[in-house]
Write a protein that binds this ligand. Structure first.
Ligand SMILES: [Zn+2]
Ligand SMILES: [Zn+2]
Length: 247
């Protein structure tokens, strides 16, 4: 009886399973035979996402930068703004400055749903070296924005990063309560006030070292507010990993 049941399951799922296996083999074969096109210029890029030229064009964050907010500086140390009003987060690591052509790559993921880029971004972030991390969280989107976009780019990057770094990731650990679009005309202190109360912590973070993933750090007001509520909930340290820092 049992054997008949298993056979029936095989025959029911067999064609679909076969299609999946053939589909996977086809994709692997295509990737091996046809070189990928560079995501930025369209030239052949072998099995990489970017050609060597575009890769060299990425505006790597200068070695001399503020350890707190990753702002490029002319002399080593903490930047004036972090000294004057220390943010709630401890450190920020960034791959690039938010400039050509890194901004186009981030834009492609965010607004054109180029999701394969997320795994590549995760590898780039992993290359920076993971700070002490008991729990990885992602900058949340407001549910309304999430519904419009269909995905949260920070979650898409954090998930493969957690696998690479073998750390725990909670995609629902942070929640955005208010949709506050960045208001560039506001002064920095006003921006901080603007995002106050915009986030809630849903994960248990008491006694944990938390790392937060975001795509771009511009004023740092949102990351400051996220770190503030995380520390209020008992997080020992909050370190940021971002793709790009606005110069
Ligand atoms: Zn290229
Ligand atoms: Zn700073």
């Amino acid at each position: 009886m049992r054997q008949n049941g298993e056979a029936a399951i095989f025959f029911e799922n067999g064609p679909a399973m076969l299609r999946r296996v053939i589909g996977r083999a086809g994709r692997t074969l295509r990737a091996a035979l046809l070189p990928q096109q560079c995501r930025l210029c369209g030239l052949p890029a072998g099995d990489a996402l970017l050609c060597a030229g575009c890769r060299a064009d990425l505006p790597v964050l200068p070695a001399v930068h503020c350890p707190t907010c990753a702002l490029p500086l002319s002399t080593p140390g903490i930047c004036g703004r972090c000294l004057k009003k220390p943010p709630s987060f401890d450190t920020t690591q960034a791959c690039w400055q938010y400039a050509e052509p890194a901004d186009r790559l981030i834009h492609a993921l965010k607004f054109h749903a180029r999701l394969p880029l997320a795994g590549w971004f995760a590898r780039e972030l992993h290359g920076l070296g993971m700070p002490h991390c008991d729990l990885l969280l992602a900058m949340p989107l407001h549910p309304r924005r999430l519904a419009l976009r269909g995905f949260n780019q920070s979650v898409e990057i954090a998930r493969p990063l957690a696998r690479l770094a073998s750390v725990r990731f909670d995609a629902f650990g942070l929640e955005r309560l208010h949709d506050t679009p960045p208001q560039r005309e506001l002064a920095w202190s006003q921006r901080r006030r603007n995002v106050r109360g915009a986030f809630a912590v849903r994960a248990r973070v008491d006694g944990l070292h938390v790392v937060v993933v975001d795509d771009v750090l511009t004023t740092g007001a949102s990351l400051h507010e996220v770190a503030r509520v995380l520390k209020a909930a008992g997080a020992v340290s909050v370190n940021n990993l971002v793709l790009a820092r606005t110069p």
